[in-house]
Ligand binder design. Structure first.
Ligand code: BGC
Ligand code: NOJ
Length: 812
């Protein structure tokens, strides 16, 4: 069952039934000011950091789901309704929500009145702009009462939910004209405040929540709205809100635009006040003035659209396969930008409070957007590397506001360092900017021990070889990519965190075959980079280690039919035919087949076949099999999940592309493509009632074959799945891959694909690539011509000339 449809030309998903199986959300803003918005206008806003600068309040895990947001109430006689259906849930004559690229438009119609709401954060603006357009489609003059609504959060989203004995006494507001200012704690250490404005004179306002709703009323029946008049309440403590009251009269056919701005301001210490206790409103007024008419708002939306036109013009495909094209051209790239902005912090599954930016996550996210915003990728790489320790280990997370490593989590995840090589080399291949390697980058944010970024890569590489276990495989530490395989945790206490507890480390023999495979893949990238930059000796040294690792994997990491996953604390095999449960895992088989380890001896083929036989199901490739049916203290969190969910045999979508890429390395385009489609949201639109999450973005997890409800997805939006699928489909299936010296063309497609076209902007030129497959092969480039001339290799040279170039590729 579907709840809407794609509008590819408008780059929108159009939801036509507000009762989606879960709130289907969108993100506004892509730089400093952000909002989450559901298809019924639920959600919240924050500046940079969802924990420390939360602007509006959100209640998680609420009943009903998704209560609270930016709401408009329309009182028309005795009827009260909202354009987004919620919170009033009054039946609408029509409803539509269009989620687009960083904007959302929700339109409701009731009794001949149409209310269209547009929400977006204009570029370079610290505010969410809301345009409400009311139209009278009847032949009578209509008088409407409009109430806006936003609820202030008392800044720190964590203490906002904890410390009521203080919070209920601190709330402060100011109202001037049509603007409501939220200034809680501004008197003391905050130099920032928030505001909510409308571009016309108001007939009243409310800033005290209890006055507005009545203590025992929900969002669906605010007392003030039911009574049809504002009370001009001023909040002193308790729970400050912002609501404007407007009276609108519309003649037959008439339309009126109202523009609301929900913004954030920072002042300098000396310029905080206008007069005693009166905040300096200058900056707020400047922003409000930028959007005080509908045409100004429309122009800003146009700028945003142009911005996205540009971003999405860098890689476009025309394959004739609609569902593929819309993912590659629009939604997958869009989701990559969102994961770049938020890492794993703020979604409808992540509170924005618990987690900052992940070290491994942010590096992996980078491969999905580096082509769009290379400058910001550069900055991101430096930020991430700055939280590394001198020995190459890393803080697992850092806070976006202060860019410092997060002490609560610490480090010890032994895969983390290698991802920095992926992030950095991806950036250089895209841009050709080797100068980033010379940047002086601190360790643990301490500039006095700064070294070049290249040195950071060296210590990353060395961190693996300096931490090898008894088989010569990398020690796993707290966990590798799989946060939940906690081989040194041994927890019997439910109050301990699996991921930060290591009750046993002394004498641990816990090793990771996944990190071993990762080390081979990115070790080779490191070697290539050394050679490119004239570091021959270092390249030789690194090669020896990589070759040794390959030998070690074949010797100690191969289980006969597939690659082992790990050795546990005691040195026992994990992911082996000898295990009763968890005989085979996806991660090590992904990384070792991507590395092509033992492909000559048939190891990769065997491993990929085993994955197909034991892990594949109709919803994707599950993480492990058989699922763990009991708690294994020596494995940790992975065995805490019920079977089929999350890391315990769920389809953990992030790692499915590793197998897709492994299949392309082995030349099986057909299989890679089948795996791609199984988890690709646009192909799942028809089963939305089962899949549950948005059909336009990837989710972290789809319940696996052993689960109670296979096929049901969770944790949409913020997942490395976005970047990895984009990377797998564009670089390995479609096979258009940036290299240091040019654009590498190396497709691996289903044999029955006849042709496709890709336009790729790369290093200052525009390549129009046409791939044809007359011999019905899966892989193998027979001929490449550039601007009519046949070239000798499959690397399209750089022109850096701002011109268009025609590339014709014949497979065979
Ligand atoms: C989840 C992981 C997630 C981790 C982050 C775990 O409980 O299963 O997927 O990465 O929490 O803290
Ligand atoms: C989500 C985390 O963000 C990521 O870092 C981790 O690799 C996966 N879960 C798998 O556990």
């Amino acid at each position: 069952m579907k709840f809407g449809h794609f509008d590819d030309a408008g780059r929108e998903y159009v939801i036509t039934n507000p009762r989606t199986p879960w709130p289907w959300i969108n993100y506004l803003g892509n730089e400093d000011f952000f909002s989450l918005i559901s298809n019924t206008a639920g959600g919240y806003s924050f500046y940079k950091d969802a924990k420390f600068r939360r602007i509006t309040r959100y209640r998680y895990n609420n009943v009903p789901m998704d209560s609270g947001g930016r709401y408009f109430y329309i009182k028309d006689g005795d009827t009260v309704w909202s354009p987004g259906w919620k919170p009033c849930k009054t039946d609408l004559d029509s409803y539509e929500c269009r989620h687009g690229m960083n904007y959302t438009r929700i339109t409701g119609e009731k009794d001949g009145i149409k209310a269209e709401t547009l929400f977006f954060v204009p570029l370079k603006t610290w505010a969410e702009v809301q345009k409400l357009t009311l139209t009278n489609n009847t032949s009578k003059t209509r008088k409407l009462k409009i109430f806006s609504f936003a609820e202030w959060c008392l800044w720190n989203a964590a203490t906002d939910m904890e410390n009521f004995q203080r919070n209920f006494s601190t709330g402060e507001v100011e109202t001037e004209g049509s603007v409501i200012y939220h200034k809680t704690e501004y008197k003391e250490r905050r130099n920032h405040y928030a505001y909510y404005s409308v571009n016309v004179p108001i007939s009243g306002f409310d800033t005290d929540r209890e006055t507005f709703f009545g203590l025992y009323n929900g969002f669906d029946e605010p007392r003030v709205v039911l009574e049809g008049r504002a009370r001009n309440s001023e909040a002193h403590g308790w729970s400050p809100i912002a609501s404007h009251y407007l009276e609108v009269e519309l003649k037959p056919g008439e339309s009126e635009d109202l523009v609301f701005v929900l913004g954030y301001v920072e002042n300098i210490q000396e310029g905080k006040w206008e007069s005693k206790n009166i905040i300096n409103k200058k900056k707020a007024k400047e922003t409000i003035a930028r959007f005080d008419t509908a045409p100004k708002v429309d122009a800003a939306l146009e700028d945003l659209r142009n911005y996205w036109d540009n971003l999405l013009s860098i890689f476009t495909i025309d394959s004739g396969e609609k569902k593929l094209d819309r993912m590659v051209n629009i939604w997958n790239q869009y989701q990559c930008m969102i994961t770049f902005c938020f890492s794993r912090s703020a979604s409808f599954f992540e509170s924005g409070i618990g987690r900052g930016m992940g070290f491994r996550d942010s590096n992996q996210d980078l491969i999905g957007f580096v082509h769009q915003i290379p400058d910001r990728a550069r900055e991101r790489i430096i930020d991430i590397a700055s939280t590394q320790f001198p020995d190459g280990g890393c803080y697992h997370q850092y806070q976006p506001l202060n860019k410092r490593g997060n002490n609560d989590i610490g480090g010890g995840f032994n895969d983390d360092p290698m991802w920095l090589i992926l992030g950095t080399t991806s950036y250089i291949k895209e841009t050709g900017d080797f100068s980033i390697l010379d940047e002086q980058v601190p360790f643990d944010n301490d500039m006095s021990v700064a070294r070049s970024l290249f040195d950071h890569l060296t210590v990353s590489f060395d961190h693996v070889i300096n931490n090898l276990g008894p088989h010569g495989l990398p020690l796993i530490g707290r966990a590798d990519w799989n946060d939940c395989l906690n081989l040194n945790c041994f927890s019997e206490d439910p109050d301990e965190s699996f991921q930060t507890t290591e009750n046993k480390t002394e004498g641990s023999r816990a090793e990771s075959v996944m990190i071993a495979g990762l080390f081979v893949v990115y070790g080779r990238d490191y070697i290539e980079l050394c050679r490119k930059t004239g570091r021959q000796d270092e390249a030789e040294r690194a090669s020896r280690h990589v070759n040794e690792m390959i030998v070690t994997i074949k010797k100690h990491g191969w289980d006969g039919g597939w690659f082992l996953r790990a050795y546990d604390f005691f040195g026992n095999k994990v992911g082996s035919k000898d295990n009763e449960e968890g005989k085979i895992f996806i991660e090590s088989n992904g990384w070792c087949t991507m590395a092509g380890i033992g492909s000559d001896e048939g190891l990769c083929k065997k491993a990929l076949d085993a994955v197909k036989e034991r892990l594949d199901c109709s919803h994707g490739i599950v993480l492990n099999n058989p699922a763990f049916t009991k708690y294994y203290i020596e494995y940790g969190e992975i065995s805490s999940y019920p079977v089929g969910y999350k890391e315990n045999a769920g389809v953990f979508c992030h790692n499915n592309p590793w197998i897709m890429i492994g299949e392309t390395v082995a030349g099986n385009g057909g299989r890679a493509w089948k795996y791609y489609r199984k988890i690709c949201p646009s192909y799942l639109e028809d089963i939305s009632e089962l899949h549950k999450t948005e059909p336009y973005v990837y989710s972290q997890m789809i319940a696996g074959k052993d689960a109670f409800n296979p096929g049901e997805a969770k944790n949409s939006w913020l997942t490395g799945t976005a970047a990895w699928n984009f990377y797998a489909v564009t670089q390995y299936i479609l096979g258009i891959r940036p290299g240091y010296d040019g654009l590498i063309i190396d497709p691996c497609i289903p044999e029955d694909w006849k042709s496709y076209r890709v336009t790729r902007k790369f290093r200052g030129s525009i390549y129009h690539i046409e791939v044809t497959n007359p011999a019905s092969v899966s892989k193998g480039v027979k001929e490449v011509s550039v601007d009519g001339e046949i070239i000798k290799s499959n690397v399209v040279p750089l022109f850096e000339d701002g011109e268009n170039h025609t590339v014709k590729v014949i497979l065979g």
